[in-house]
Design a protein around this ligand. Structure first.
Ligand SMILES: Cc1cc2nc3c(=O)[nH]c(=O)nc-3n(C[C@H](O)[C@H](O)[C@H](O)COP(=O)(O)OP(=O)(O)OC[C@H]3O[C@@H](n4cnc5c(N)ncnc54)[C@H](O)[C@@H]3O)c2cc1C
Length: 396
């Protein structure tokens, strides 16, 4: 049986639902192999205020669990610094709830969902894309690959793979006792080489939270020993020793800049296009930006009945203008950070003792645009000066 739709989105994760929620009056189908939208969760659920607004929600949305004002930064040797604290910078959210909310809006606007159905093959036939599933086939004028890191749409039609892949584990915990308004970030090469561990309070009295860590997938151990490290590292232990684990999750995060995210009849978004902030592993802000641009371009293409690269490339240009600099900047800083020993990290973090550095961070700090900190900080942190020539290159 072959059916036909103007638009098919493969993947009802954050990216697929975010595009779908902005559609209106079009013949669109979202396909996902999952039985239930939002489950299982592979996310720590921390998003910036800006991200929430870009997704079209406000602070009263039911899936918001907690408000985050700042962060405690823990050095490898156990020094603790504090940044932020003055205003709400981020929210801890029920990630599954966010996805369900977006899908509900999309359904109300006439978008169809087909769950529990895996796309097994994708190929071009004339000016259509054909998606083959077990018992049916769908042809479409535009196929959007919102199907995550192992995207079948990317692998069938595009050449590029991520520059780097991180592997992360996370736990939902109860019985902790942390400051509810601040996240904890832990550095150290034995704990999270090339990245960091975290605790995010998810209720307003600091008794529940999500903890986790990421490592480059090339040096990640098995999840069980990563969990052991998370609970037993000297700096994390005191916050997690009474924790009761209620849920465990794991997932991969693709990093790099995707040079080509559209072709005739095809678009990639989210993890399938590596739209992730390299310094935090956050994919929801990039998705929030890209999904608005994507839906706008797709609605325009459907109205004009033109589905080729000439029109769809406006999406690639649009999201690149918002995200490319941060992705390239993040990869540059990341490469530098990967070579750092614990002593170097210790030295770098010790700048957080200085009032002038803290003042700059608190004034210009923006979790979605860390590059904005470089210029104001460079005069105060000589380590950043060595990066400036490369960074200037991106901005020219
Ligand atoms: C441990 C961890 C913690 C994280 N924490 C945060 C955080 O706090 N904040 C943040 O912003 N980001 C975080 N991220 C990143 C964020 O979760 C991802 O960037 C985001 O989930 C990407 O969404 P997506 O929709 O592109 O992909 P996915 O969420 O992977 O969705 C892809 C969907 O496509 C479906 N699919 C795939 N292949 C097929 C197929 N062949 N047929 C049908 N369906 C298919 C899948 O079932 C899935 O539903 C974290 C990631 C990890 C691993």
């Amino acid at each position: 049986m072959r059916e036909s739709h103007d638009l098919v989105i493969v993947g009802a994760g954050a990216a697929g639902n975010a595009v779908a929620r902005w559609l209106e009056g079009v013949d669109a189908l979202v396909i996902d192999r999952k039985r239930e939208i939002g489950k299982p969760v592979e996310c720590a659920g921390l998003i910036s205020k800006r991200t929430l607004e870009l997704f079209g929600f406000d602070r009263d949305s039911w899936f918001i669990q907690n408000e985050i004002y700042g962060a405690y930064i823990h050095s490898p040797k156990g020094k603790t610094y504090h940044i932020g604290g003055d205003r709400v910078h981020a929210y801890a959210i029920d990630r599954s709830g966010l996805e369900r909310c977006m899908a509900e809006i999309a359904r109300k606007k006439g978008v169809d969902y087909l769950l529990n159905t895996k796309v097994e093959e994708a190929y071009r036939e004339g000016n259509k894309i054909v998606l083959r599933m077990k018992e049916r086939e769908v042809e479409t004028s535009i196929a959007i690959g919102a199907d995550g890191i192992d995207s079948i749409i990317r692998r069938s039609f595009f050449q590029q793979e991520p520059e780097e892949v991180l592997f992360g584990i996370g736990v939902e915990v109860e019985g902790i006792d942390v400051d509810p308004g601040n996240v904890h970030v832990f550095f150290g090469n034995k704990l999270a080489p090339g990245f960091f561990a975290w605790i995010i309070p998810t209720d307003r009295n600091g008794k529940r939270g999500r903890a986790g860590l990421c490592r480059p997938s090339t040096i990640s151990k098995n999840p069980r020993s990563m969990l052991h490290d998370l609970f037993n590292y000297p700096t994390t232990r005191e916050y997690l020793e009474d924790a009761e684990v209620v849920e465990v999750m794991a997932g991969r995060i693709p990093l790099g800049y995707m040079k080509e995210s559209v072709k005739d009849n095809l678009i990639l978004i989210g993890d399938s296009a590596f739209q992730v902030k390299p310094l935090s592993g956050g994919g929801l802000y990039p998705i929030a930006e890209a999904s608005k641009i994507c839906s706008r371009v797709v609605l325009g293409a459907l109205e004009r009945r033109i589905f080729d690269n000439r029109i769809l490339k406006r999406y690639h240009e649009g999201w690149s203008s918002k995200l490319k600099r941060e992705i390239l900047f993040g990869m540059l800083i990341r490469r530098k950070y990967l070579g750092m020993k614990d002593e170097d990290i210790e030295d770098m973090l010790s700048y957080l003792e200085r009032e002038d550095v803290l003042e700059v961070i608190n004034r210009y700090g923006d979790m979605d645009h860390p590059s904005r900190l470089v210029y104001p900080l460079a005069r105060r942190m000589p380590i950043l000066l060595s990066l400036l020539p490369k960074i200037i290159g991106f901005f020219l």
